[in-house]
Design a protein around this ligand. Sequence first.
Ligand code: SF4
Ligand code: SF4
Length: 357
Amino acid sequence: MFRGSIARLLGLLLLSLTLTVSLQAQSGDSAIVHNHSDSATVTAADSTSSALLTEENHVADQAETQREPTLWEMLTRTKHLVMLLLMAVGIGVLFFVKVNRWIRLLGVVIIFFLFGSELILPVHPSPMCGVTKLFMFRFTWGQWFVGFLALTLVIFIPSLIYRKAFCGWVCPLGAFQEIVNKIPFKWRVKQFSFTAFNSVRMGLLAMFFITFFYVKESMDALGGELGHLELPIWKAYSAYNIYDPINYFEYLHWGVGTQWIIMMTILVIASLIIYRPFCYLICPIGAVSWLLEKIAPGKIRIDRTKCNECGVCVIKSPCPTIKPLIKADSFGLPDCTSCGECLSTCNRDAIKFSFKN
Ligand code: SF4
Ligand code: SF4
């Protein structure tokens, strides 16, 4: 009864959140448009009647326009607040709802439309940009850019509280892969070699950093010889961002073309065969949050006094994680995205989400 009420409450919260964001995004857009038209009006008025604005006011206006947003301002942007709210809703769902396949499907469809369709929030969260460009600009311009820093914090701080909070409850690419993986498919492989996948993922992450250090050294050595380049130096560096050619988040701008069709076909086929292949094989956020999983206190736990290792949860859950979890094999445990789908699979009620044993 209590759980049912909470579930309905969370459902309502999610629905109202979606509507609120939709309205906010639209009003945000119109505010931007409004601001642009305002400044255009001011510019026109300025040219016709410059006496109306003093030079001092003009300089002050310019300074205000060019002011860098603070970290707090970036952290409290609508998009980031919605992301944090969704992760909070995620925790509530894991505690109070017996998530099954259909509830989870509803959840990932909402996440996908909210962040991955550009219908509701105009800018989707690209964690690959947030994290890789944060370091790229640090190495090239010597500056931590607050926009990327804010996104990186929003992604990783909640993942310190419960496992892969961002991946399970916000990421549109994760949601997309999960939706595809729910389509019945004859040649599905549930238990694949996570160690092999993770080695590639970690290798890419190591290469990303090594490449940047190496490229920076080479470019510093070339020094003035690069002075003739018309491109800003950071663009030259960005050519060495190994993640750029495989940044699937860019395809969520839905610019359909030959490359888009090829890349999305690969992702769809891979997602039919394997649960979240991009996450396990490539994503740097997946790699870092897999490490954070080890210390996050909120996670799926097995009550060993109830579990008789019947294996029903292994058959019914979509991920490769539940099997080693049941066997208490914590070394090299595949990512758990805290999707919660395993919670409803156990007849003995041996699977739960909690902060302590
Ligand atoms: S691993 Fe990457 S792609 Fe997968 S859910 Fe996490 S952030 Fe998204
Ligand atoms: S063990 Fe698997 S099914 Fe259970 S919450 Fe983690 S990823 Fe989801």
